[in-house]
Design a protein around this ligand. Structure first.
Ligand code: ADQ
Length: 558
C-alpha cells in the first residue's frame, strides 16, 4: 500500500478523547501517519481569552504596572499584525484576536494607557468599521484604545510582506542563505509600505498635545524609524527586533546600497532592542563596517549618527508564565494529561513533544533525521517513546514553506511505515494550530521536548514547555542556536546539524534519572519566574524612559 494513502485525520477534540483509539485502526497505524487535523478554533478560543486573562491578572495583581513609565506620554505601538481583526462571518461582523504572546502582553498595556496601535488592516471587514483615516476603537464594547489601520493592496502584501520581509530579510537574518531571494520590486514595495506606516505614526503623534513614544516591532519595518525621524525629529522612537541579526558577511548579501539603507533605517531609532547580546554585537559591527558617517562605541553599545546617539541593547522576550501555569494546572488539563499518557506513554514508554510553525528555521527535517537515525541504529529504543509533533503550516503563500510541509508529512509517514507496529506509532502528527489550553496539557504530559531550530531569535516554545512542567518530569533538549539557549540554564543543549550529537542528546534525555530531571526543571522554572513577558516589557520601558529623560535634560541645557 502507498504510504501517502494512509493519513488518518481526527479532530483535536479526539486527541483527548478515548474513542480515538477506535478511530485509528491499529493496522492503519502501522503504515500511516496519524494526522490530527484540529478545527480552526484557535482564534475563537483566543478571542475569548483576553477578558479572562485581564480579569485573572487584575484580580491576582500579577501584572507589572508599567503605566507609570509613560506618565502623560502617548504610547504608539507599530506592528505588522493587528491586535483585533474584524471579519465578515455568517452571522455578521466578528472580531478576532490573533494568537501570540505580543498581543497577550501588550493588549492590557494598551487598554490602560489608551494608546494607539498602528498595524496592517488585514480583516475582511476592517474597512467597514474604521473611519476614513483607518481608526477604530477597541476592544469592541470597551473602547479603551485605538487601532489605526494601514491599508495594503495585493501588490504591497506580495512585495513588502511575502517579498522583502519573508524572502529576503527573514532567511538572511537566520543565516539560511539558500532561501534568500532579492528582487528590486520587493524592495521598492517595502520602502513604500514603511513610508506609509511612518506617515500613520506621525499623524498619530501629531494628534496628541503632549509627548509621544513610538515602539516599532520587528523586521517588517527596518526603514520606518528613519522616515518617521524625518517627519517628527523629537519623537522618541524605539524598535524591538524579534529575530536574529546577522554578521556583516551575511548582511552584505543584500545588494550594495541596500544593506546600508537597512542599517541607516534602523538608526532612525533612539533605542534598538535585540533578544540577546550577540545580535546587538552583530548590529554594531555591521554599522561600524557599512555606515561610514556613524561612530560606534562597542563598550557602551551606542552609535553617534547625524548628531544623535542611538542606544543598542539586549532584552530577551519571554512568556506570560502565570497564564501557562494556570492553563496547565486546570482540571481540563489534568484530564487531558491522563488521556495522553494513557494512550502514548503506557508503562515505561516516554512521551516526546515538539511544537512549531512549519518553517525552515525550526530544524524539523533535522529532527526527523535524528529520530530516524536513532531508531535505525538502536532498535532497542524503538518502542521506548512516542513523539507528538504539533506543526502548524505557516506562510503557505511561499513555495519553500509548502515544499517543507509536504516533506515533513511524507518523512513522518515513511518513519511510521518503517518502524511502527500494531501497538506503537512512532510519530503522531498534529498539523494544525491547537488552542493554548490543549497546548499546555501537551507540554505538561511530556517527558521530553525537543526544540531544534537552526537559528531562532528566542524561541518561546522552550519557555512554554518549562512553564507547563508542573510535575517537573520533563527534559528540554534545546538547540544551541536559539536565543533561549543563552538564557535557560538546565536544558540539554545540542547542535541540530550534528546528527550523532543530536541522537546522543535524545538518548541522554531518555535515560536521565527522575531526580536529575527534577533538579534541572526546578532550576529552569525558577529562572523563568524571574523573567516573564512583563519583566521584558518593564525593562524596555524603564530603559526607554531613562534615555528619554537624559535627552530632555540635554535639550534643557542646550
Ligand atoms: P516564531 O518564529 O513564531 O516567533 P516562537 O518564539 O517559537 O517562534 O513562537 C511560536 C509561538 O507560536 C509559540 O507561542 C507557540 O506556542 C505557538 N505555536 C507554534 N505552533 C503552534 C501550534 N501548532 N498550535 C498553537 N500554537 C503554536 C518569532 C521569532 C522567535 C521569537 C518570537 C518572539 O522567530 O525567535 O521568540 O518571535 O519574539
Amino acid at each position: 500500500m502507498r504510504v501517502g494513502a494512509r493519513v488518518t485525520m481526527v479532530s483535536d477534540t479526539q486527541l483527548d478523547d478515548d474513542r480515538t483509539s477506535a478511530v485509528i485502526d491499529p493496522t492503519e497505524k502501522k503504515c500511516g501517519v496519524n494526522v490530527f487535523r484540529a478545527p480552526r478554533i484557535a482564534n475563537r478560543a483566543i478571542a475569548a481569552y483576553p477578558h479572562r486573562a485581564w480579569l485573572l491578572l487584575a484580580l491576582t495583581g500579577l501584572m507589572v504596572d508599567i503605566t507609570h513609565y509613560l506618565n502623560d506620554c502617548k504610547f504608539i505601538l507599530v506592528s505588522n499584525r493587528e491586535p483585533y481583526e474584524h471579519m465578515r462571518g455568517p452571522g455578521g461582523i466578528e472580531v478576532k484576536q490573533p494568537a501570540g504572546g505580543l498581543v497577550t502582553a501588550l493588549d492590557p498595556t494598551m487598554r490602560r494607557t489608551h494608546g494607539t496601535w498602528v498595524a496592517w488592516g488585514s480583516g475582511t471587514a476592517d474597512r467597514d468599521v474604521s473611519d476614513e483615516t483607518g481608526r477604530v476603537a477597541v476592544p469592541p464594547g470597551e473602547e479603551c484604545y485605538t487601532v489605526r489601520r494601514v491599508w495594503l493592496n495585493d501588490a504591497d502584501i506580495n512585495g513588502y510582506y511575502h517579498g522583502f520581509s519573508n524572502r529576503a530579510l527573514w532567511p538572511l537574518c537566520h543565516m539560511l542563505i539558500q532561501h534568500f531571494e532579492f528582487r528590486t520590486e520587493y524592495w521598492e514595495r517595502y520602502r513604500t509600505v514603511n513610508l506609509r506606516f511612518a506617515h500613520a505614526v506621525a499623524d498619530e503623534a501629531e494628534r496628541c498635545t503632549g509627548r509621544a513614544m513610538a515602539w516599532i516591532q520587528d523586521y517588517h519595518f527596518a526603514l520606518a524609524s528613519e522616515y518617521l525621524r524625518a517627519m517628527r525629529p523629537s519623537l522618541f522612537i524605539h524598535q524591538f527586533w524579534h529575530i536574529p541579526f546577522p554578521p556583516a558577511d551575511i548582511l552584505r548579501l543584500l545588494p550594495a546600497g541596500i544593506h546600508e539603507a537597512v542599517l541607516r533605517g534602523m538608526l532612525g531609532n533612539d533605542l534598538v532592542e535585540f533578544q540577546i547580546d550577540r545580535y546587538a554585537v552583530n548590529f554594531l559591527d555591521c554599522v561600524d563596517k557599512f555606515v561610514a558617517e556613524a561612530r560606534v562605541d562597542h563598550v557602551h553599545q551606542t552609535v553617534s549618527f547625524r548628531d544623535r546617539v542611538i542606544h543598542v541593547g539586549a532584552f530577551p522576550i519571554s512568556i506570560d508564565v502565570d497564564r501557562f501555569e494556570w492553563m496547565a494546572a486546570s482540571d481540563d488539563s489534568r484530564a487531558r494529561v491522563a488521556t495522553l499518557r494513557g494512550r502514548y506513554a503506557k508503562g515505561t514508554r516516554q512521551l516526546g513533544v515538539c511544537v512549531d510553525r512549519i518553517d525552515y528555521t525550526k530544524g524539523i527535517p533535522e529532527r526527523i533525521r535524528a529520530l530516524e537515525t536513532m531508531w535505525s541504529e538502536s532498535p532497542e529504543l524503538r518502542e521506548r517513546f512516542t513523539f507528538i509533533f504539533v506543526c502548524t503550516p505557516s506562510r503557505t503563500d511561499l513555495p519553500a514553506y509548502n515544499a517543507l510541509e509536504r516533506d515533513v508529512t511524507q518523512s513522518v509517514m515513511a518513519i511510521n511505515e518503517k518502524f511502527g507496529t500494531p501497538e506503537w506509532t512512532p510519530i503522531v502528527l498534529i498539523n494544525e494550530n491547537v488552542d493554548s489550553d490543549l497546548l499546555a496539557a501537551v507540554y505538561r504530559s511530556a517527558d521530553l521536548c525537543i526544540v531544534s531550530s537552526l537559528q531562532d531569535g528566542m524561541n518561546l516554545v522552550a519557555k512554554e514547555f518549562v512553564a507547563c512542567q508542573l510535575d517537573e518530569r520533563g527534559v528540554l533538549i534545546l538547540s544551541r542556536f536559539t536565543g533561549s539557549a543563552e538564557e535557560i540554564d538546565g536544558a540539554l543543549l545540542m547542535n541540530p546539524f550534528n546528527v550523532d550529537g543530536f541522537v546522543a542528546a535524545i538518548r541522554t534525555g531518555l535515560e536521565m534519572s527522575p531526580e536529575e530531571r527534577r533538579r534541572r526543571m526546578h532550576r529552569m522554572r525558577r529562572q523563568l519566574h524571574n523573567s516573564t513577558i512583563f519583566d521584558w516589557l518593564d525593562s524596555i520601558l524603564a530603559r526607554s524612559t531613562e534615555i528619554m529623560g537624559a535627552q530632555h535634560q540635554l535639550h534643557a541645557v542646550v
